[in-house]
Design a protein around this ligand. Sequence first.
Ligand SMILES: NC(=O)c1ccc[n+]([C@@H]2O[C@H](COP(=O)([O-])OP(=O)(O)OC[C@H]3O[C@@H](n4cnc5c(N)ncnc54)[C@H](O)[C@@H]3O)[C@@H](O)[C@H]2O)c1
Ligand SMILES: [Zn+2]
Ligand SMILES: [Zn+2]
Length: 345
Amino acid sequence: MKALVYHGPGKKTLQDRPMPVISAPGDAIVKMTQTTICGTDLHILKGDVPTCVPGRILGHEGVGIVHETGTGITAFKKGDHVLISCISACAICEACRKGMYSHCQSGGWILGNTIDGTQAEYVRIPHANTSLYKIPDDANEDALVMLSDILPTGFECGVLNGRVKPGSTVAIVGSGPIGLAALLTAQFYSPAQIIMIDTDETRLAVARRLGATGTIAVNGADTVKSIMMATNGQGVDTAIEAVGIPATFELCQEIVAVGGTIANVGVHGTKVDLHLERLWSRNIAITTRLVDTITTPMLLKTVETGKLDPLKLISHRFKLDDIQIAYDTFVRASETRALKVLIEV
Ligand SMILES: NC(=O)c1ccc[n+]([C@@H]2O[C@H](COP(=O)([O-])OP(=O)(O)OC[C@H]3O[C@@H](n4cnc5c(N)ncnc54)[C@H](O)[C@@H]3O)[C@@H](O)[C@H]2O)c1
Ligand SMILES: [Zn+2]
Ligand SMILES: [Zn+2]
């Protein structure tokens, strides 16, 4: 089968690999139909994720058709259309019982990281009973690819942890796919203001189309001033960090209102200063989270009923044979205006 294989920082090739095989009763083999590329795949290619070793098939998102099931699979049968969660979860260990699938003791984020992933013709899914979701017959499968990772991430790590409420004021720092997923799902709660912040004007234009009430292009110290002006000098009730660099987490600390919440979503590779000398008296909360994907069934329903339209996040489409071009397009997002690139297998 064809698969995109990681060979160390900066190196990947589309090559022939043996078909995956069932290795535990809880496994299923899924024939991929659509996959996509995540910002996290780019982190791997930069060498930022040491758990992902050369020889690994990349990818942790996608939809497909069940091809083979282990003896322990009761929830699915050959031929079922399924959504693959980026998080594999046993659902019975201590972490899973607490709703923290991302910290499952025999799962978590392993796909395309510590085991072979979804940018291939076939993939082995461990704990398949509780890591796959049945796709309704009439569903738009392209849209559902956005439910593998980015929508649960924006919603759980940003909106839920950030305690977005009706009438509240929200700033989302970073208008990439994750920030935009937080923008779409924050609207479930009717906040009064959602201000999107980015360095890239093109992405801010997308944010305005997707429901941002205001956008601010990052411009040094003026960024804080602009946010304060937009919020009557109060700052925001929820500041969602969706970039993953020190400057943006520091910005969140400057714009959070008294009693507010900073919800960190970004993956950080370097240390960041925490300004407790200023924040200690301001009754704020700071949250961090690796996406658990426990809201996937709920998000599936919102897509089914048209409350959420993930197709808005897809900018380009490629075939698996052209996956190298897909990566190049995704990497050069500011020139190519890429958001999520869909890859048909
Ligand atoms: N916590 C989790 O479980 C989880 C899951 C998936 C992804 N992530 C992380 O979320 C982050 C966002 O993911 P993405 O796929 O949207 O990434 P992305 O790189 O596509 O988007 C980041 C956006 O931030 C903008 N940006 C860069 N510098 C900025 C600055 N100084 N100020 C404001 N905006 C700036 C970029 O223009 C871009 O639009 C990444 O760090 C990713 O690794 C976390
Ligand atoms: Zn991802
Ligand atoms: Zn578990």
